[in-house]
Design a protein around this ligand. Structure first.
Ligand code: ZN
Length: 87
C-alpha cells in the first residue's frame, strides 16, 4: 500500500464512494493513513493561520512574529481536538 496513493484516492473520491478508496486495506494500513492525515490536518491549520495573520484575515498584516505565535496556537488547538496526547 502507498499511503500517498490512498490519500489521493480519498481526496478525489466523492464522500459517498469513499468505501472504494479504502477497500481491502488492513487495520494497520488504515491506522497509518489516519495518522498521516491527522498530522497534516494540524500542519495545514498552522499554515492557514499563518497566512491569515499575515493579511489573509482582511485586517492587515499582523507581522511574522504574531503570525507564528497564532499559527502555533491553531496547530495545538487542532491537535488537541483530534485527540493527540501531546498537543
Ligand atoms: Zn487580522
Amino acid at each position: 500500500m502507498d499511503v500517498e496513493e490512498v490519500i489521493d484516492k480519498m481526496l478525489k473520491t466523492s464522500r459517498n464512494d469513499m468505501a472504494y478508496a479504502v477497500e481491502g486495506l488492513q487495520p494497520e494500513q488504515l491506522a497509518m493513513v489516519s495518522s498521516v492525515l491527522m498530522f497534516r490536518a494540524a500542519l495545514y491549520a498552522e499554515l492557514a493561520a499563518y497566512a491569515d495573520y499575515r493579511g489573509g484575515c482582511g485586517c492587515g498584516d499582523h507581522g511574522h512574529e504574531e503570525a507564528l505565535q497564532r499559527a502555533h496556537g491553531h496547530m495545538r488547538l487542532v491537535r488537541r481536538t483530534l485527540g493527540f496526547s501531546i498537543p
